[in-house]
Design a protein around this ligand. Structure first.
Ligand SMILES: Cc1cc2nc3c(=O)[nH]c(=O)nc-3n(C[C@H](O)[C@H](O)[C@H](O)COP(=O)(O)O)c2cc1C
Length: 170
């Protein structure tokens, strides 16, 4: 039976993609389309719809952070994945607290289990999305959820597609 190709590539880790505006208006959106593309040098791609406020901010500042949530933040994932930062402050709306990143101006999100701070190196026009290729500047994880190089079972939300989320290890 014919299927959407991208659904066949899920489940994917769903994360908060944070960005900073020149005017200090930070933003956060839920994102699942991402992949490492090189270990040496460390590089990652995130795919963001050209229409999203996040795309505008990443093009402006050249920076973003990947914040990998625990299942406690599942409600916030839906808020940040269905509303635009053009209209509202999603940090407030989703009750997410910002943390200062170590190397970039985009904020991190308290309570997340993993963080990847990134600097944009190339913008690929990929159709409806920009594929943002970026250098990984620093990456870290909370050992309660990530140990010996792997995520521990049952802690990290994975996007199956549509409105379906499962937990790794379920
Ligand atoms: C689970 C989930 C995963 C998502 N993954 C992506 C994605 O990979 N790329 C994308 O452009 N939008 C994705 N979205 C949609 C955006 O999060 C959503 O359109 C958001 O409102 C954009 O916000 P912004 O305008 O503030 O940037 C996802 C939404 C959800 C709920």
């Amino acid at each position: 039976m014919k299927q959407s190709f991208y659904r066949l590539l899920h489940p994917k880790i769903v994360f908060f993609l944070t960005s900073a505006g020149r005017d200090g208006r930070d933003n956060v959106m839920s994102c699942a389309w991402s992949t490492p593309v090189s270990e040496e040098p460390p590089k990652v791609i995130v795919a963001v719809s050209k229409e999203h406020y996040t795309a505008e901010l990443i093009l402006e500042t050249g920076e973003f952070a990947i914040n990998i949530p625990t299942k406690d933040l599942i409600k916030a994932i839906w808020i940040c994945g269905t509303k635009s930062g053009r209209e509202i402050d999603k940090f407030k709306e989703a009750k997410l607290k910002k943390l200062k990143a170590t190397k970039i101006s985009a904020p991190l999100i308290e309570g997340c289990a993993g963080f990847i701070e990134c600097k944009l190196t190339q913008v690929i026009d990929a159709g409806e999305c920009y594929a943002f290729l970026a250098d990984v500047i620093v990456s870290s994880a909370d050992e309660r959820y990530f140990s010996k190089g792997v995520w521990l079972s049952n802690s990290i939300p994975m996007h199956l597609g549509g409105r379906k989320i499962v937990y790794f290890g379920d």
